[in-house]
Design a protein around this ligand. Structure first.
Ligand code: SAH
Length: 364
């Protein structure tokens, strides 16, 4: 096997076997990475031109009932200073975002039982009433199918739920009392309900191997989500994984490029974690084929409290500053910021292939 030929085949066929993906990850050399990034950027340009979509991120609660080993807002972190935003405060963030030009709001939080379906539906309804042309994305973890359905009916357009890692052994180690099977079930349920769905994984988790990435790539190809969030793992000092080294921006960029070629029309964010580990991390992601950024709209007084990992960037910047800063970075990197809703190119409610893939997918 030859890595350049594999990159060409991946570009052409939008797929490789597991064996080929592993070979590529194990053997790709620096100059071949440059070639891969060129091909992935070409593919992105083919479908989305020069644009990078901007989404306004509102981190509305850091209460969480889960205990993910890597996450700074896990429930066992008693040092976390907990907060939740009121409906008025969330609406205020949306108003400010709307004034700044955003037409998509991403509401993210821990799994906070305070936010019952009723409370969320009330908030979503109010946002949709005020800004009917805006897309709403939720990212609040695992809920039951009935809840996802009620939220969809209330007007939620998209749902981000990273699968975190598709390797069963690693997932089990990192997520006490949770299961990869349930996470995957949630993702297929969301797809079935017609959401634009975001999955994704962390890179450089303690114990993660190249084979684990192959499992992630295969899972993504089969689920075929509209969005894929990929970012390096970064330690947080008040978690059991403190002291484990961060993932590498380089490795995350490589995986973003491969995902761009596997799912050419996917919406791929240049994540804050990339920017946290390297001053040019988000630009690296954009050049590897990412096409979304999510500047922060959360109120300044809670920014530092939404600390999933240490040294998170942009915690002190006003929403207007974040917008201008990121737009400047996008331009400097040679792209154009797009403030529209930024829907997936051909979002289908539930493609047939997706249903059959569900039975095909076996966790490792
Ligand atoms: N409760 C929601 C949102 C989780 S926070 C959910 O379950 O989906 C959003 C993402 O941040 C997570 O999915 C995870 O991939 C990432 N994250 C959490 N802790 C991290 C860390 N220490 N380093 C890097 N990314 C982290």
């Amino acid at each position: 096997m030859n890595t350049v030929a594999l990159i060409d085949a991946l570009y052409q066929n939008e797929n490789l076997s597991d064996h080929e993906l592993l070979f590529l990850l194990e053997n790709i050399k620096e100059e071949e990475k440059t070639y891969l990034f060129k091909k992935s950027l070409d593919k992105k340009t083919l479908h989305y031109g020069n644009t990078v979509f901007m989404r306004g991120l509102i981190e509305f609660s850091n209460y969480c009932k889960q205990d993910c080993m890597y996450c700074g807002i896990r429930r066992s972190n008693h040092k976390a200073d907990r907060y939740r935003l009121s409906k008025e405060s969330i609406l205020h963030c949306c108003e400010e975002g709307y004034r700044l030009g955003y037409r998509t709001f991403v509401l993210q939080g821990g799994e906070d039982p305070y936010f019952t379906d009723e409370r969320l539906i009330d908030i979503v309804t109010a946002i949709k009433e005020a800004f009917p042309q805006c897309a709403i994305t939720l990212s609040i973890g695992e809920r039951d199918a009935e809840s996802y359905k009620r939220l969809k009916d209330a007007g939620v357009d998209r749902y981000l739920l990273r699968h975190e890692t598709a390797s069963k052994a690693l997932y089990t180690k990192l997520h006490p009392h949770m299961s990869i099977d349930n996470r995957i079930e949630c993702l297929y349920t969301l797809k079935g309900l017609g959401y634009q769905v975001g999955a994704g994984f962390m890179v450089g988790l303690p114990g993660q191997t190249l084979k684990d990435y192959v499992a992630d790539l295969r899972f993504l190809k089969e689920l075929s989500p509209e969005m894929v969030g990929i970012g390096p793992y970064i330690p947080h000092e008040d978690t059991p994984l403190k002291g484990h080294p961060s993932g590498k921006v380089d490795d995350a960029a490589l995986l973003i490029a491969i995902v761009r070629l596997l799912l050419p029309k996917a919406l791929l964010p240049a994540t804050t974690a990339m920017g946290t580990l390297s001053p040019q991390g988000r630009e690296r992601a954009l050049r590897a084929g990412a096409n979304v950024v999510m500047p922060n709209l959360s109120p300044l007084n809670v920014r530092e409290k939404y600390a999933l990992y240490q040294d998170k960037i942009c915690t002190g910047d006003e929403a207007a500053h974040c917008r201008a800063c990121i737009e400047g970075r996008i331009k400097k990197a040679g792209f154009t910021a797009d403030m529209s809703r930024g829907d997936h190119k051909n979002h289908q409610a539930y493609p047939e292939t997706c249903i059959s893939n569900k039975t095909l997918f076996k966790t490792l």
